[in-house]
Write a new protein. Structure first.
Length: 274
């Protein structure tokens, strides 16, 4: 078993895996193990319980952005998964396109919902100001260079557009360690570092939308860039996220109830209609 070590930047507090996996290591993991580890997708395509959860989350996200998801608006879902949010936004009249590197999930979205999904997108894939709404849901924690991607998304956003972005909150200490620290999560965020990432790309939280820690609706800003940093945050996180030795964690039994709850939820969602 390989130990995953995470470090925090002393200037801004951003958490990252050390050493950072190589592009080939991450590509191999996503090809062979990621969907099995995360969603028990042994057969290649998305399992039923994932589709139920994804549809539920898509409806919640669409309701949050309901004033923006209106006929004629252009939407990009960066990391569109199995396509439920794309389908919901199109149902509301938007022109939609997704980017999803997971080929089985992208194929599912195309076949089931008839939506356009690219397997990759570089900075020249779309012109500046192409989209009224961009969403990226639990994607940035997986990327080796999230700052570059956030800047790219900001360029693709119209001046009056909105970016809905969500990542796991590393400060949610009620979650067991393996749900926060994971091989696929090469960067870890808390509220402060997520806002710094956005501010570097010229984005700030939109006052008209409620936020939930690291689930935020951002807007563009023309305000001058302030010094980006958060001295002292790294040390605070080291204290708050102090590690527990694996043997101690196993003996404590703290993992039992979360495991039971997670499996029960997967069974329940698997029995529901997708």
């Amino acid at each position: 078993m390989k130990t995953i070590k995470s470090i925090a930047c002393t200037q801004c507090g951003l958490i990252r895996t050390d050493p950072m996996p190589t592009p080939d290591e991450l590509a191999e993991y996503y090809t062979t193990s990621y969907r099995v580890d995360y969603q028990l997708a042994f057969a290649g395509g998305p399992p039923r319980h994932h589709l139920v959860r994804s549809a539920r989350e898509a409806a919640f996200r669409a309701d949050l952005l309901k004033d923006r998801l209106v006929p004629g608006k252009a939407l990009l879902d960066f990391g569109s998964g199995s396509g439920e949010f794309l389908a919901e936004a199109r149902r509301r009249g938007c022109e939609v396109i997704g980017v999803e590197p997971g080929r089985d999930y992208a194929d599912h979205a195309r076949k089931r919902y008839g939506v356009a999904v690219l397997n990759d997108a570089d900075e020249d894939s779309f012109p500046a100001g192409a989209f009224d709404v961009i969403s990226t849901h639990h994607v940035l924690e997986h990327l080796r260079d999230p700052a570059d991607v956030m800047e790219r998304l900001s360029r693709w956003l119209k001046p009056d557009g909105v970016l809905h972005a969500a990542v796991p909150n590393m400060a949610a200490t009620g979650k067991p360690p393996h749900e926060r620290f994971h091989f696929a999560h090469v960067h870890g965020y808390v509220r402060e570092t997520f806002d710094l990432l956005a501010r570097r790309a010229g984005l700030v939280p939109h006052e008209a939308y409620p936020r939930e820690d690291t689930t935020v609706v951002y807007r563009k800003t023309a305000a001058p860039m302030p010094p980006l940093g958060n001295p002292g945050l790294a040390q605070r996180l080291v204290t708050e996220l102090r590690t527990t030795r694996p043997a101690v964690y196993l003996v404590s039994g703290a993992w039992i109830w979360p495991a039971i709850r997670r499996n029960a939820k997967a069974v329940r969602d698997g029995l529901a209609k997708s």
